[in-house]
Ligand binder design. Structure first.
Ligand SMILES: [Mg+2]
Length: 228
């Protein structure tokens, strides 16, 4: 049996187990290139793209936008040019994300050790179904994961309780008191996990200041091996 009060560990995927930021940068360049827009100078560049994209995903977390509105709206708001095929730009971008997203350094070793200690490990992620599944399929950790639960497929995104319910049901574990949610987002992972009645662990690699009160806070995934 595991050496802590927890039995099920729910992990966020992007920027918790996988390096989303690096893949996002490559995918953005790739999409503009294959759409013949490599020379397009967009004010603010990658930084402004991220700001727009994060703002729209935050609106999705609040239930104000659908995923499709986020995926197309981000290009509309970022590129702001007449006559561009936003759907084609997004398709190429998503393809790039699927190709480039890699596990963060050390993530696999931590998951292998937690599995060896007897924890049930699952993933709860807000994202596009086929991309998250493709990332998992070639990550080398698929055999360690009990359930991969994706907002796109569940029809509800973190912090909505329904996605946490789905994750527990698909993991075959129903006891909230022995379930821990680990993630890098205060609004979706920590607030959502807490509102659902779970203990939470904030993955904060850059040491950002905040006023949330997770049960644990870590700067490196390896710290989980001391907590669990
Ligand atoms: Mg994340």
């Amino acid at each position: 049996m595991p050496g802590s009060k927890y039995r099920l560990i729910l992990f966020d995927l992007d920027n918790t187990l996988f390096d989303f930021d690096a893949a996002e940068e490559l995918a953005l360049e790739q999409s503009l290139r294959v759409n013949g827009l490599a020379d397009l100078k967009v004010p603010g560049g990658l930084g402004r793209y991220r700001e727009v994209n994060q703002r729209l995903w935050a609106a999705l977390e609040r239930g104000e936008l659908t995923q499709e509105q986020v995926l197309l709206g981000r290009w509309e708001q970022y590129l702001e040019q007449e006559g561009l095929d936003y759907a084609a730009i997004d398709r190429a971008y998503l393809r790039g994300l699927a190709e480039h997203k890699q596990l963060l350094e050390g993530a696999e070793a931590v998951l292998r050790e937690l599995a060896r200690r007897g924890y049930i490990l699952s993933i709860v992620t807000n994202g596009v179904g086929w991309i998250q599944r493709e990332n998992m399929a070639r990550s080398g950790i698929a055999d360690l994961i009990a359930a991969l639960v994706i907002s796109d497929e569940v029809g509800a995104a973190k912090p909505d309780a329904r996605i946490f319910e789905a994750a527990m049901a698909q993991s075959g574990w129903q006891e909230k008191a022995s379930t821990l949610m680990v993630g890098d987002s205060l609004s979706s992972d920590i607030a959502g996990g807490k509102a659902f009645g779970l203990d939470t662990c904030y993955f904060n690699p850059k040491g950002k200041a905040h006023h949330a009160a997770p049960n644990f806070e870590i700067r490196a995934l390896e710290e989980l091996l001391d907590l669990l």
